[in-house]
Design a protein around this ligand. Structure first.
Ligand code: TYD
Length: 196
């Protein structure tokens, strides 16, 4: 089982993946929890560039795809072959949403055409304004995507990307990400656990 968590910055993906990972571990399941950008060489380059780099939008689109290939080959596919439940914090739906703003959906779709769909995508739905409040509350440096206007644009781009993925049969589970972390966790569990 390969599950991707998706959502806007501030929608709670990292918290929810941690809680889901803990629940699986408590149930005695072998889990591989991972993320994109990955912790591999291309992922590190991306994080550096996100924090303030010189590369352009097209290069970003390609770097995310290169990192995804590397992440699949070195982490996701081997763990899945070992029978582990793989949880990734972001996968190609993030590229289809974020990078399509500058590059258009068709071009980003082409960059990502070779990647296998996750068995389920948990999409954490939260209003951009609420996402921004959460990002501000946790402090730290905002990345280039974290203004209200940008989050609203990314939210619309997610909708377009989800429609396209759902049309080809990808399993995308929409979760209301408002309320407490625990409430959201219960919703995620209720939606995903039965198919594990
Ligand atoms: P994020 O999960 O927010 O990382 P962090 O743990 O550092 O908060 O991911 C970093 C940013 O990268 C986030 O704003 C979304 C963006 N991103 C893309 O633009 N395209 C992609 O394909 C991926 C995976 C992430």
């Amino acid at each position: 089982m390969f599950i991707a968590f998706e959502g806007l910055d501030g929608s709670g993906g990292t918290t929810q993946i941690s809680m889901f990972e803990a629940a699986l571990a408590a149930d005695g399941r072998a889990v591989c929890r991972t993320r994109e950008p990955s912790d591999g060489p291309v992922g590190r380059l991306i994080r550096e560039q996100l924090a303030g780099g010189a590369v352009g939008d097209a290069v970003f689109g390609m770097l995310f795809a290169a990192d995804r290939r590397d992440h699949l080959d070195r982490t996701v596919l081997p763990a899945r072959a070992r029978g582990e439940v793989v949880l990734t914090d972001r996968y190609f739906l993030s590229s289809l949403a974020y990078q399509s703003l500058a590059l258009g959906l068709n071009r980003v779709w082409a960059y990502n055409a070779e990647f296998p769909a996750a068995d389920a995508v948990v999409m954490l739905d939260l209003e951009p304004g609420e996402c921004l409040r959460r990002v501000e509350a946790r402090g730290g440096v905002r990345d280039r995507f974290e203004t209200l206007e940008q989050l609203e644009r990314i939210s619309r781009a997610y909708e377009a990307a989800i429609a396209r993925c759902a049309a080809r049969g990808d399993r995308i589970v929409r979760i209301d990400a408002s309320g407490s972390a625990d409430q959201v966790h219960q919703r995620v569990r209720g939606a995903v656990w039965p198919s594990l």
